[in-house]
Design a protein around this ligand. Structure first.
Ligand code: FES
Length: 442
C-alpha cells in the first residue's frame, strides 16, 4: 500500500540522525486506524491516521494552525480530520476544507492548511515517513528486524511569548482566591496564588493575608488579593447586588490549563456556547469595544438548544482573568455567567463560576428545578472546556498574533491577547520605574 508522492528515485536507506531527508519508521501499520496517532520523524511532530477504515495512511503536522490544539485529539469525520475545538476539517493533503465559523460559503485561507511530510508509505507492516524530499525511492526492507522508533516530540511551541500563570505582570492585578463565606470571623484559609501559599484571616469582619499583600478585599462574594499595586480594574457586576437575581455558585473547579487559555475558551462562546457534543456554528458578526481595563463585545446569537430562538449576548472582560457573559433572550429573562480565574501555579488554575439568573422559568423567583438544570448545563459545558484546554499542553496563551490564525470569529480572543500583552508591558514599565527609584534612593 504505497502512498509516496511523485518524484522519488530508486535508492533505499534510512535517514541519518537529525537529518530530515530519508525514511523514518514511525508506527506499526496495524496500530494506525481512524484515531490519530502522534509520531515523530527527524525531530518533527506529526499525526498519522486513516481517513476511512482500511484507507491509506495520511500524515499531517501535529497542531491545528488555528489555536495550536494537538491534532492527536482530532477525530475522523466523512474522510477528513476534524479538529475538536472549532471543527476545522483537513483533507489527506492537509488542505483545510471547512471552517464552520465562516459558514457554508466561507473559503478557508491558505494559512489554515496543515503541512505534510513529503511522503508516507507502508512497508513490511510499518508506516514510514520522509519529512523532506529524499533521493530514496522507498523505505528499506527490514528483513525481519524491528526498527527503532524516534521519541515522539512535543508539537511545536509558539515562536513568540506565551502568557502563563506565573507571569510577573500578574503580581500587579486583583485575583479571586476564596469564597467570602469560607473565611469565618477569627478563622483562616490557606490558598495558592502565583506559585505561593497565602493564609487568609478575618478579624473584625475584615479579611487580610499573610504574607502581606498590597490589598485584600471582598467583591462579588469572593475574597480578592492584589500582591502588588494593581494595574487592572475590578469588573462591575450590577447583578450581584440586585435582589431580583438568584445567585448560583458552582463548586470551584481546577484545571491544569493556564488561566489565559481558559479565559480564551470562555470568550470562544461568541461562536455559540456549545453543550457537550454539539457541532460548531457559523459565527455571527460582532464588534469589540475597548473599555477601561478591558473590553466588551455584543452579538445576536442563535440559542444552541433551539433551532429558532435568538438572544443578545454581551461579553465583558477585565484583565487579567475577570469575565462575564450576559444572555438576554427576547422573553426578558437574563442569564449572567461570572467566570473568575485564580492562577494558583504554573500548572493549576482554580475556576470560580457564578450564575446570576432572573426571569427564567417565567416566575419572579427562578424555580428550583430551573436552577438545577441551569447549574447542570453550565457544569457540563465547563467540564468539557476544561478538559479540552488541558489537552492543549500549552504553558500559556500565545501573545504573538501570528503564532495562531485568527478569523473574524476570533475578535474577542484577539482582544484578550492584546489586553494581556498590554498588562505585561505596563507592569514591566512599572517594575523598571520602581527599580530605578530604589537604586536612586539607595
Ligand atoms: S479548529 Fe483547531 S483550534 Fe480551532
Amino acid at each position: 500500500m504505497a502512498i509516496s508522492r511523485p518524484g522519488t528515485t530508486a535508492s533505499r536507506s534510512l535517514g541519518g540522525a537529525g537529518s530530515p531527508t530519508g525514511w523514518f519508521p514511525v508506527a506499526r501499520s496495524a496500530e494506525v486506524q481512524t484515531t490519530p496517532v502522534p509520531v515523530g520523524a527527524a525531530g518533527r511532530a506529526y499525526v498519522v491516521v486513516r481517513l476511512r477504515p482500511g484507507a491509506e495512511v495520511t500524515a499531517l503536522s501535529a497542531r491545528c494552525p488555528h489555536r495550536l490544539v494537538p491534532l492527536a485529539t482530532a477525530t475522523v469525520v466523512d474522510g477528513r480530520l476534524q479538529c475538536p475545538s472549532h471543527g476545522w476539517q483537513f483533507d489527506a493533503e492537509g488542505r483545510c476544507v471547512a471552517i464552520p465559523s465562516l459558514g457554508v460559503d466561507g473559503t478557508p485561507p491558505p494559512r489554515a492548511d496543515l503541512s505534510a511530510p513529503w511522503a508516507v508509505e507502508e512497508r513490511d507492516g510499518w508506516v514510514w515517513l520522509a519529512p523532506e524530499r529524499t533521493p530514496l525511492a522507498r523505505p528499506p526492507r527490514l528483513a525481519g528486524r524491528t526498527p527503532t522508533l524516534e521519541p515522539v516530540p512535543a508539537p511545536p511551541a509558539p515562536d513568540g511569548p506565551v502568557f502563563g500563570n506565573l507571569d510577573p505582570a500578574l503580581e500587579h492585578a486583583w485575583h479571586p482566591v476564596a469564597r467570602a463565606g469560607e473565611l469565618v470571623e477569627g478563622g483562616w484559609v490557606q490558598v495558592r496564588l502565583l506559585g505561593r501559599t497565602w493564609t487568609l484571616h478575618r478579624r473584625d469582619g475584615v479579611p487580610d493575608a499573610d504574607p502581606p499583600a498590597w490589598g485584600v478585599l471582598e467583591r462579588h462574594g469572593l475574597v480578592w488579593i492584589a500582591p502588588a499595586e494593581p494595574r487592572d480594574e475590578l469588573l462591575d457586576v450590577p447583578e450581584t447586588t440586585d435582589a431580583r437575581f438568584t445567585a448560583v455558585w458552582l463548586t470551584p473547579a481546577r484545571s491544569t490549563a493556564p488561566a489565559g487559555l481558559l479565559a480564551d475558551a470562555f470568550l470562544d462562546g461568541a461562536r455559540g456556547r456549545r453543550p457537550p457534543g454539539a457541532e460548531p456554528q457559523e459565527s455571527p458578526e460582532y464588534a469589540v469595544s475597548p473599555e477601561p481595563g478591558g473590553f466588551s463585545g455584543a452579538l445576536e446569537q442563535r440559542a444552541v438548544d433551539s433551532a429558532v430562538a435568538r438572544r443578545r449576548v454581551t461579553y465583558r472582560y477585565r484583565a487579567p482573568f475577570q469575565l462575564l457573559r450576559r444572555e438576554e433572550p427576547d422573553s426578558g429573562a437574563v442569564r449572567t455567567t461570572l467566570f473568575l480565574l485564580q492562577p494558583e501555579d504554573a500548572d493549576s488554575t482554580r475556576v470560580h463560576t457564578c450564575l446570576l439568573l432572573h426571569g427564567l422559568g417565567g416566575a419572579a423567583v427562578v424555580p428550583a428545578d430551573v436552577v438545577a438544570a441551569e447549574r447542570a448545563a453550565e457544569e457540563a459545558v465547563l467540564a468539557e472546556d476544561l478538559a479540552r484546554q488541558a489537552r492543549t499542553e500549552s504553558a500559556g496563551l500565545p501573545l504573538q498574533l501570528r503564532d495562531e490564525l485568527h478569523l473574524r470569529a476570533d475578535r474577542l480572543g484577539v482582544a484578550l491577547r492584546r489586553a494581556l500583552a498590554d498588562l505585561a508591558a505596563n507592569a514591566a514599565v512599572a517594575d523598571r520605574a520602581a527599580g530605578l527609584q530604589r537604586r536612586a534612593s539607595a
